[in-house]
Design a protein around this ligand. Structure first.
Ligand SMILES: C[S@@+](CC[C@H](N)C(=O)[O-])C[C@H]1O[C@@H](n2cnc3c(N)ncnc32)[C@H](O)[C@@H]1O
Length: 394
């Protein structure tokens, strides 16, 4: 069983207790209390004067994924989280038959965004409990991003030994449902040499007899998302011809480091441009936003590494203490006068529609954003899958 985040208000299946000394715990507690007091004072108007006005983003992620007409293809979403993949498939023209997600808070966001979706949350959304037979041969595309902490740098890289490894459950669903195609997403670490045997034994070998499987890595920044975010995909087709026809989506946007063939593509915006901040002479892609809801403490930080901190500093953006909204961010001056991020800003940096109904608590909303597939990347992939199934709508 997953360890629950006892008494801390979350049903995240990823909570990992942290064994630290009482002294260290006291230091962390003091830092948190000091930060909370500074924030409360700022919001009462007692802090330093607002460092920045409220800016209007220049990037509207919805422009990266114009809504396609329904293509007649059905999709089933497992491990739906905050809905990144679901948005991409929906906007590419697929119709979701159902969405399964164990965290009720995440399922509530999906339901609020799409009252028309059949969302199973909490116990009813636990894929381990579902008998897939009723869906057998009735689904065109089964998609899901099984929990990735077993394979991520942030996790402990225990792979199959890790109780959060839900890839076997995804495979069980493919075998039970026998969809025409499946899309399984994970952190790019799963494509590393270290997990080669695991991938062969757990994904490829059990499914290869029935599916033509493609494996590749995509970067969200190649699809206009102002963030470096690489993910591995396994895409399988039951029909050999469909499998042959499939091509991973080509970039729609150009990153600075793109090869020459991409020079005709529009450039992906940097963080400052995307968020509508004034020119500072330096702009660039956001470092990968931290995958949230992992680790021992709730966090309102999107910081994923030491090198990411250097980059945020260069961009003049403060990645910690993300505020609930832009007004609160502007009232609470960040160290060095750097721009403080807000939840709506993080939605933009991840390629979500600005009105996606993630709500405070900030740590939980950030967790959903940080665990998601950037919707514009999912959208382009969904379009490629539809094309292989010969149902791409004009
Ligand atoms: C990496 S996230 C998926 C993100 C999603 N694909 C997106 O694009 O937003 C994995 C999700 O699987 C959920 N999960 C973990 N175990 C589960 C289970 N047994 N049944 C259903 N969902 C589960 C987690 O709560 C988490 O939201």
């Amino acid at each position: 069983m997953y360890r629950q985040h006892a008494g801390r208000g979350t049903d995240s299946p990823w909570y990992q207790g942290w064994e630290i000394t009482e002294r260290k715990r006291a230091i962390f507690r003091a830092t948190t209390i000091a930060a909370q007091e500074a924030k409360r004072a700022a919001l009462r108007g007692e802090g330093a004067a607002a460092a920045h006005p409220i800016y209007t983003p220049r990037l509207n992620p919805v422009d990266l994924m114009p809504q396609y007409a329904r293509n007649g293809l059905t999709a089933l979403s497992l491990f739906s989280g905050g809905g990144g993949m679901d948005i991409g498939f929906d906007r590419a023209g697929f119709g979701h038959v159902a969405n399964y997600e164990i965290m009720q808070g995440a399922a509530d966001v999906l339901k609020a965004a799409h009252p028309d979706w059949t969302v199973f949350g909490g116990e009813a959304g636990d894929v381990r409990r579902v008998n897939w037979k009723p869906f057998r041969d009735k689904i065109d595309v089964l998609h899901g991003g099984p929990p990735c902490q077993p394979f991520s740098n942030a996790g402990r890289q225990n792979g199959a030994q890790d109780v959060r490894d839900m890839i076997p459950e995804f495979v069980r669903a493919v075998k039970g449902i026998r969809p025409r195609a499946f899309v399984c997403e994970n952190v790019s670490g799963l494509a590393s040499k270290r997990f080669e045997d695991y991938v062969e034994a757990t994904i490829l070998s059990p499914l290869r007899r029935s599916y033509v499987i493609h494996q590749f890595i995509l970067d969200a920044a190649d699809y206009g998302v102002p963030q470096t975010r690489r993910r591995v995909f396994f895409v399988g087709f039951k029909n050999k011809e469909d499998g042959k026809r499939f091509e991973a989506p080509a970039p729609t946007h150009r990153q600075e480091r793109s090869s020459e063939f991409a020079h005709n593509l529009p450039p992906t915006m940097g963080v400052r441009e995307a968020l509508g901040l004034p020119h500072s002479g330096v702009d660039g892609l956001s470092p990968t936003l931290r995958s949230g809801l992992t680790g021992p403490r709730h966090t309102t930080s999107v910081l994923s590494s030491v090198s990411a901190l250097k980059l945020w500093n260069k961009l003049g953006v403060w990645p910690n203490g993300v505020a609930a909204d832009r007004a609160a961010a502007s009232a609470y001056v960040a160290r060095d006068g750097h721009y403080r991020l807000s939840l709506p800003d993080c939605l933009v940096l991840q390629g979500f529609p600005g009105d996606w109904p993630v709500k405070p608590p900030v740590y939980f909303a950030l967790g959903l954003i940080g665990n998601s597939v950037a919707p514009p990347m999912a959208y382009q992939l969904a379009r490629s899958v539809a094309a292989a199934l010969q149902r791409d709508t004009p």
